[in-house]
Design a protein around this ligand. Structure first.
Ligand SMILES: [Zn+2]
Length: 325
């Protein structure tokens, strides 16, 4: 017994030593791998920096030509990589570079009146919130030219549905004529939809501008200028609406292709079970009806649950046959 225990102890001891050795080797491999990865990252970064520093040594005309071929979003990223690039992109040739890049985005309207090309590119292609700076802020007030995240939209001190009326009635005809020019949120979630929320600062600025005006001529001129700004904003808003609709169409195509691809795979072995009802059920199944292309990895994950559904259908069909036998 002792002998066995001793052997076990020896084995345990040797296993433990082996484990330690394996662990050490693994650790060493991990360290080696991470060293290789970090060396590779440094090399790539140096390579990129080297490439960028080579560009800056080129003649200015060529640099401008290279920059003018980029997408405005890439140009924004590049402008943030070095002072030299930024000075070119914001220097004499800035308007030309940014305008040329912008013109490569099909149907994107020109900047609204009074807005520079670089500022417009930042408003359209940067995604950080102008209030809290978090990325992926989706809401843009094209009239006010600000981008906001969902959280900031809900903060009461930015927008209000009870704008200051300076002692006048909310239904005062003059104020109503101004409300249509005020930057506002048209939609704000299901609980408080159908209510207009006005940008507080912009509304107060607008009143400060308009209320001191004493004659109709002044007011008319202001309204004409304002209408121009509204029209510019509407053009950009419309561009994004059309683009979003196009994106939806693209997603619908990807979804349809995925459904077809899955059905084709299932047909091979399960054609009998793929009755019109099951086919319809699968087409609307959450694993099938998705706007993501079917890859080998996705198929590997979704195949078992789909087969399970078809297996149950096969059992039902077999039971029916047995009843008729
Ligand atoms: Zn925010």
């Amino acid at each position: 017994m002792k002998k066995v225990d001793a052997v076990n102890e020896d084995t345990t001891d040797s296993q433990s030593k082996n484990k330690k050795a394996v662990s050490k080797t693994k650790h060493k491999e991990t360290v080696d791998n991470s060293n290789v990865a970090s060396r590779e990252a440094v090399r790539r970064s140096r390579g990129r920096r080297g490439f960028l520093s080579t560009i800056i040594e080129l003649p200015r005309d060529i640099i401008i030509e290279i920059f003018s071929r980029l997408h405005p979003g890439d140009l924004l990223s590049l402008a943030r990589t070095s002072k030299d690039f930024r000075s070119i992109m914001l220097g004499d040739a800035a308007e030309y570079i940014w305008r040329t890049c912008r013109s490569k985005v099909p149907s994107l309207p020109p900047p609204p009146c009074g807005m520079s090309e670089p500022a417009y590119a930042s408003l359209v292609f940067d995604t950080f919130c102008h209030e809290c700076t978090i990325p992926r802020a989706r809401y843009v007030d094209w009239l006010l030219r600000i981008r906001l995240c969902g959280d900031c939209l809900l903060i009461g001190h930015i927008y209000t549905n009870r704008p200051e009326c300076h002692g006048r009635s909310r239904y005062d005809a003059f104020l109503i004529s101004l409300f249509k020019h005020a930057p506002k949120i048209e939609y704000r979630g299901s609980q408080i939809e159908h209510s207009d929320f006005y940008h507080i600062k912009a509304w107060n600025r607008l009143l400060d501008e308009v209320l001191p005006m004493s004659d109709d001529k002044q007011l008319k001129e202001w309204e004409q200028k304002r209408q121009g700004m509204d029209d510019d904003a509407a053009k950009i808003r419309n561009f994004f609406k059309v683009r979003a609709a196009g994106h939806k169409d693209d997603l619908a195509i990807v979804r349809a292709e995925r459904i077809d691809a899955i059905m084709a795979k299932l047909e091979v072995e399960w054609s009998k079970e793929l009755t019109p009802e099951i086919r319809e059920f699968l087409k609307n199944h959450k694993l099938v009806s998705q706007p993501r292309a079917l890859t080998d990895r996705i198929w590997k994950n979704i195949e078992p649950p789909l087969i399970e559904i078809l297996q149950k259908e096969r059992d039902v069909i077999n039971r029916r046959y047995r009843m008729w036998e």
